[in-house]
Design a protein around this ligand. Structure first.
Ligand code: SAH
Ligand code: SF4
Ligand code: F3S
Length: 473
């Protein structure tokens, strides 16, 4: 039987989809990348903005014909829109067989059995916590890849006024440290070299449950052999602790990148968003991070056109962007979410103004990104190789490029053979020292350091060390 999963939304959904696929393997479902071949199609959905939600229904609309041709096809809708809408999805899209919420993954095989037995449609949007349930599944080496996400906590207790996440993902719940360590050890054994630990606010990891704190979790993960790089996302500025900041300097495997969403540059807007920090407090955190870890890449999220946002408020956002000098950012037009309080706030900003502000913000950042990338020209960066890159027409005849990322999460392309790289050809999972030669809008081009070796996975720990020393120097 063939399973096709379509994922919309954040990295947590990517992780959940991977876990779903691995668990359904045990039921005899093999993943296919051809929708037309599928016996089971699952749609993992996102409710963060109206646009994301609309995507779900237009996708489902396109499945009507497939379902008519093949009535045995099972169609399931999971994730945040499923959690938000529940049974209502069945009245809007009658051919859906299964609606499953964000906390029903452990029950999914049983739900699918029910549908297979002809007892559908089934709806399970129960928020009963399943974190203590099944252990995470580990992929086989051939499918594991080099970089993977690992969810360490689910849900959110912060209730930012614009945000649907606390309502669709439930209360903050952390996984026990040992289950996380075991999972990452399993991934390392399968060839994974980089893990990104996921949570809506990793800084409150383990607090409710009385587990170790997040900084200690990072340290424990760093002792896992074979894992060479660790990243995490997201840290909420209001409780980014000094201890976590110093971890960037102390833990060699922790990549030099922090994603610290600020959302807005005006205190009035931040207060009305219920973000619980001020502009100054945010800037002070950034200063501390940079003092602890010079050169660290900093990225952020922004919302433009939050209800009541004035031109002056928006100017303060642009000013904050100039002050921080981000390496990159994500920016979104504010979107009403029916479950979130801001949907009822008056003084809505018009679509035209939101569009204009988004355009101004992105144009400013484009220059910043280019400048920050340009700062790296001439430096040597250690790149974790992920795969073959795309051949550029201008480089015809020079061989296929390799692509990977720096510790600061910037994509680097380089050609190994002709430019003086000696020793073993790179391969996914190997580390290569690359001199950055050119900064492009979204990536860097470089040349392997003359005479350098690409480092074998067994030597990975030593190589990570050399990178940290370079950064410190
Ligand atoms: N937990 C993370 C954010 C998760 S949602 C944090 O607190 O930083 C990812 C991003 O989506 C948010 O940072 C925000 O910029 C954006 N977002 C959330 N709700 C939104 C809404 N209603 N309209 C527009 N953007 C939104
Ligand atoms: Fe949403 Fe705020 Fe929680 Fe982030 S911290 S998920 S923006 S409620
Ligand atoms: Fe979207 Fe749910 Fe993630 S709303 S951003 S998929 S937590």
């Amino acid at each position: 039987m063939n399973l096709y999963i379509h994922t919309i939304g954040c990295q947590m959904n990517v992780y959940d989809s991977e876990q779903i696929a691995l668990r359904l393997q045990a039921m005899g479902y093999q993943q296919t990348d051809r929708q037309g071949n599928a016996d089971l199609i699952l749609l993992n959905t996102c409710a963060i903005r109206d646009k994301a939600e609309q995507k779900v229904f237009s996708y489902l609309g396109r499945l009507a014909e497939l379902k008519a041709q093949k009535p045995s096809l099972i169609i399931g809708v999971g994730g945040c829109v499923a959690q938000q809408e529940g049974r209502k999805i069945l009245s809007r899209v009658p051919f859906v067989d299964l609606v499953f919420g964000t906390r029903s993954l452990d029950r999914l095989p049983a739900l699918i059995h029910t549908v297979q037995a002809g007892k559908g449609p089934v709806v399970d949007v129960d928020m009963t916590d399943t974190l203590g349930g099944l252990a995470a599944a580990i992929p086989e080496s051939a499918q594991a890849g080099i970089c993977r996400f690992v969810t360490v906590m689910r849900g959110c207790d912060n209730y930012c006024n614009y945000c649907v996440v606390p309502y669709v993902r439930g209360a903050e719940t952390s996984r026990a440290p040992q289950t996380i360590i075991d999972e990452i050890q399993g991934l390392a054994n399968a060839g994974v070299r980089e893990v990104t630990l996921l949570g809506q606010n990793v800084n409150s990891y383990g607090k409710k449950e009385g587990f170790c704190d997040f900084a200690e979790l990072l340290e424990r993960v760093s002792h896992i052999d074979g894992i060479c790089r660790i990243r995490f996302t997201t840290s909420h500025p209001k409780d980014l602790s000094d201890r976590l900041i110093t971890t960037f300097a102390d833990l060699e495997k922790l990549c030099h990148h922090i994603h610290l969403p600020v959302q807005a540059g005006s205190d009035t807007v931040l207060r009305r968003m219920n973000r619980k920090y001020t502009r100054d407090a945010y800037l002070e955190r950034i200063r501390r991070i940079r003092a602890a870890c010079p050169g660290i890449a900093v990225t952020s999220d922004f919302i433009v056109g939050f209800p009541g946002e004035t031109d002056d408020d928006f100017q303060q956002t642009l000013d904050l962007i100039r002050t921080v000098g981000y390496d990159g950012l994500f920016a979104f037009k504010y979107s009403d979410r029916p479950l979130a309080p801001a949907a009822k706030f008056p003084e809505k900003v018009s679509e035209a103004v939101k569009k204009d502000r988004l355009g101004q913000l992105l144009a400013l950042q484009e220059k910043n990104t280019f400048r920050r990338n340009g700062d790296l020209v001439g430096t040597v960066q250690t790149v974790l190789v992920e795969r073959r890159g795309r051949r550029l027409p201008a480089l015809e005849g020079e061989g296929d490029p390799w692509t990977g990322r720096t510790s600061g999460n910037k994509v680097v392309n380089f050609i190994w053979d002709v430019r003086g790289g000696a020793g073993t050809e790179p391969a996914p999972g190997r580390l290569v020292d690359v001199t950055i030669q050119r900064a492009l809008a979204h990536s860097l081009w470089g040349m392997p350091v003359t005479g350098t070796e690409s480092t074998a996975p067994g030597e990975v720990d030593a190589a990570c060390g050399s990178f940290a020393q370079k950064m410190a120097g």
